[in-house]
Design a binder for this molecule. Structure first.
Ligand code: VG1
Ligand code: CO
Length: 544
């Protein structure tokens, strides 16, 4: 075995963000950059020698090269076995599925999710623990600490492994198993959802659907599930071939970036149902004919109707949502008499709740929904959940949502993102907001009276760990809310996210345009946070 020990010096910018380490491809291609971070992972994992890890990525540029490096480093670090997706492809939820199915020690996911890819795009590395979910903060902090003191890494001098067909290989003493990327995941979906019912519903011919994989990882999964297993016509899945640069697109399933799908669903002779997923397959956007479902509403509708789906027929233990996600699901939980947890942004905070059986469904406003079937959010799972509901109820997407609002009232909701703002003014904006917090409660601003103002702090109910400074919240006495936070996934400057929410019980007003309904709060957000002044921007880059 030709083991090499390579001297290196630390990079001081390897702090994982909301979802792993994300940097530009040129950053990752610097000599030793990827290797340092991977060695820091191995050094921080106690007892990983001889164990099995899952490795895969979303197929973006540098995925293949990175996997070969990781395989050789794993072999040099005494890992027992690596399970890798064919072609190096594994969606994030499929990786979680494999970690759980084979009870591996953990896994490494190569993705920068919805960030654009290509030689000048972004790349990312995320470590997942043995429950299949993102490493909690204590693990990512240990990895980061190690990156700051690293002096060497270990790698095997060996040829590349052929990842393009399933098979078993040896790398030094380590086993490598290249596995079909789709089959274990699609088998899990078939357990949760009524595939026969959905197949009959599609075959009946009165229902058309379109699924946009945005040239990212879900293409092979979506084709296998929707076209082959559920019998939807060929061509149902668009942009279904994963490309290293995502066809120069931005694989973020929202109204702005998934415009091709949006034009189809809002065009003439539109299909009944549309869905898109992101770079690594954990996000979803749900559309009906001429109708957009906000992710917060989607979580609420799935929760309210969960018992119509085989996998959740027995009811839900509880639900969880990230703090900036609208309170629509809270109203459903209250009616069902189940617990509703509010966590910081990022899927890693749901892990303990899912493991402890406190929550069954979880969701984030950022187009993420999932359940206890894996420990990641899961884009195609959400699409199948909706299809199952449509097949069982025979209702349209719009009908299901409108009826939901009639029962529970409507939480108007929108997120305004100001992307690539220089970091310094963005930090100043947050700092001056923080200073105001103590004096805001009781004040009347633009007709709204401030009920509470704080910086969200979360105490995990399972292990007691505390996560502070998770976003500034200003709540008003009528239940409206504005939340401000800086993104932890961007790679250029800072991204300010402003989350706006108001509650409308009156069905006569449910048809109003969201930006109009939230107009006063939008103006108020600018007044309180001085967004235009600090960012120098007239309007957000992206509104979802
Ligand atoms: C964003 C979203 C957050 C999500 C995270 C990872 O984080 O807001 O809800 O969990 O991305 O999703 P931030 O810190 O930029 O707001 V993914 O699909 O990029 O792994
Ligand atoms: Co993602």
């Amino acid at each position: 075995m030709n083991l090499q020990i390579v001297s290196t010096t630390p990079f001081l910018d390897q702090k994982p963000g909301t979802s792993g380490l994300r940097k530009s491809v040129p950053d990752f291609q610097q000599p030793h950059y990827l290797e340092n971070f991977i060695q820091a992972i191995f050094d921080s994992l106690e007892g990983c020698e001889g164990q099995t890890l899952v490795v895969g990525g979303d197929g973006r540029y540098y995925n293949r090269q990175a996997i070969q490096i990781i395989l050789k480093m794993a072999a040099a670090n005494g890992i027992g076995k690596i399970i890798v997706g064919q072609g190096g492809i594994l969606s994030t939820p499929a990786t979680s599925c494999l970690i759980r199915k084979y009870q591996t020690f953990g896994g490494i996911i190569l993705s920068a999710s919805h960030n654009p890819g290509g030689p000048e795009g972004d790349f990312g590395v995320k470590y997942n623990i043995g429950n299949g979910g993102p490493a909690p903060e204590k693990v990512t902090e240990a990895i980061y600490a190690r990156t700051k003191t690293i002096t060497e890494y270990k790698i095997l001098a060996a040829g590349d492994i052929n990842l393009d067909r399933p098979g078993s290989f040896k790398l030094g003493t380590m086993d490598v198993e290249v596995m079909d990327s789709v089959a274990p995941y699609s088998a899990l979906m078939a357990e949760l959802f009524d595939f026969d019912r959905i197949r009959e519903f599609i075959a009946a011919g009165n229902f058309r659907l379109c699924v946009d994989s945005m040239h990212a990882v879900t293409g092979p999964y979506a084709k296998a599930i929707f076209e082959t297993q559920l019998g939807a016509p060929a061509g149902t899945v668009i942009n279904g071939v994963p490309l290293e640069d995502f066809g120069q697109g931005h694989p973020d399933p929202n109204l702005v970036y998934a415009h091709e799908l949006v034009e189809i669903l809002f065009g003439e002779d539109a299909p009944d149902f549309g869905a898109a997923s992101d770079g690594d397959g954990d996000r979803n956007m749900i559309l009906g004919r001429h109708f957009f479902v906000t992710p917060s509403d989607s979580l609420a509708v799935l929760t309210a109707n969960a018992t119509l789906v085989p996998g959740y027929r027995g009811g839900l233990a509880g639900v969880a949502r990230s703090m900036p996600t609208s309170a629509a699901v809270d109203r459903v939980a209250a009616k069902l008499g189940i617990d509703c947890y509010e966590t910081p942004t990022g899927w890693k905070f749901f892990g303990n709740l899912l493991d402890a059986g406190k929550a069954t469904l979880c969701g984030e406003e950022s187009f993420g929904t999932g359940s206890n079937h894996v420990r990641e959010k899961d884009g195609l799972w959400a699409v199948l959940f909706w299809l199952n509901l449509l097949a069982v109820t025979g209702k349209s997407v719009e009908q299901l949502v409108a009826e939901h609002w009639q029962t529970y009232g409507r939480n108007f909701y929108s997120r305004h993102d100001y992307e690539e703002v220089p970091s310094e003014p963005a930090n100043e904006l947050m700092a001056q907001l923080q200073v105001q917090l103590a004096t805001l409660p009781g004040q009347t601003l633009g007709g709204y009276t401030v009920d509470y103002a704080d910086n969200f702090s979360y105490t995990d109910p399972v292990d007691g760990s505390v996560s502070k400074n998770q976003g500034v919240r200003i709540g008003f006495t009528d239940g409206s809310r504005i939340v401000f936070r800086l993104s932890g996934t961007g790679t250029k400057g800072a991204t300010l996210r402003v989350y706006l929410e108001s509650y409308e019980p009156d069905p006569a007003k449910h048809g109003e345009d969201t930006q109009v309904a939230l107009g006063d709060l939008i103006a108020l957000a600018d007044q309180v946070a001085k967004i235009k002044e600090f960012t120098g921007r007239d309007r957000p880059t992206v509104i979802t």
